[in-house]
Ligand binder design. Structure first.
Ligand code: FES
Length: 137
């Protein structure tokens, strides 16, 4: 049983400041209900087109053991990692199972069908990793 999850980078889920905006895809290439991985400054980023609309962008690898989240499943608003089936709410990146984990979130803009991501200032960690400890026996 998971008893404790911790983040080395704190509780924030998204960078508050943006250094610049970069086009990474278009709505033609990311249909509603789709997941895709793109690269931004050498980092893998997961794009999510929510069913019903809305684009989200998160760290591209799972905070558990770094499986590619783009290889996972999107069922409604639930994103499931292909590795060990951790589940995240695709609307905001927070963990559903287990609770207490979160994905780093990039600011997103859609301008005339183009998907732009906000690049955090240099030195900003764009990846949350969680460690779990087993309850003491
Ligand atoms: S790598 Fe994602 S749940 Fe383990």
């Amino acid at each position: 049983m998971w008893s404790k999850l911790s983040s080395a980078e704190g509780d924030a889920t998204s960078c508050a400041r943006v250094e610049r905006w970069v086009e990474v895809s278009t709505l033609d290439d990311l249909w509603e209900g789709d997941l895709a991985e793109v690269q931004l400054d050498g980092e893998a980023v997961l794009l999510v087109h929510l069913e019903g609309g809305g684009i989200r962008a998160y760290q591209g690898v799972c905070p558990h053991q770094e499986q590619s989240l783009a290889d996972g499943d999107l069922d409604g608003d639930v994103l499931t990692c292909p590795g060990h089936r951790w589940e995240f709410d695709a609307r905001h990146g927070r963990g559903i199972n287990p609770e207490g984990c979160v994905l780093f979130s990039y600011p997103v803009r859609v301008v005339e069908e183009r998907i732009l991501l906000g690049v955090p200032p240099a030195g900003t960690s764009r990846y949350y990793h969680f460690t779990a400890t087993l309850e003491a026996l």
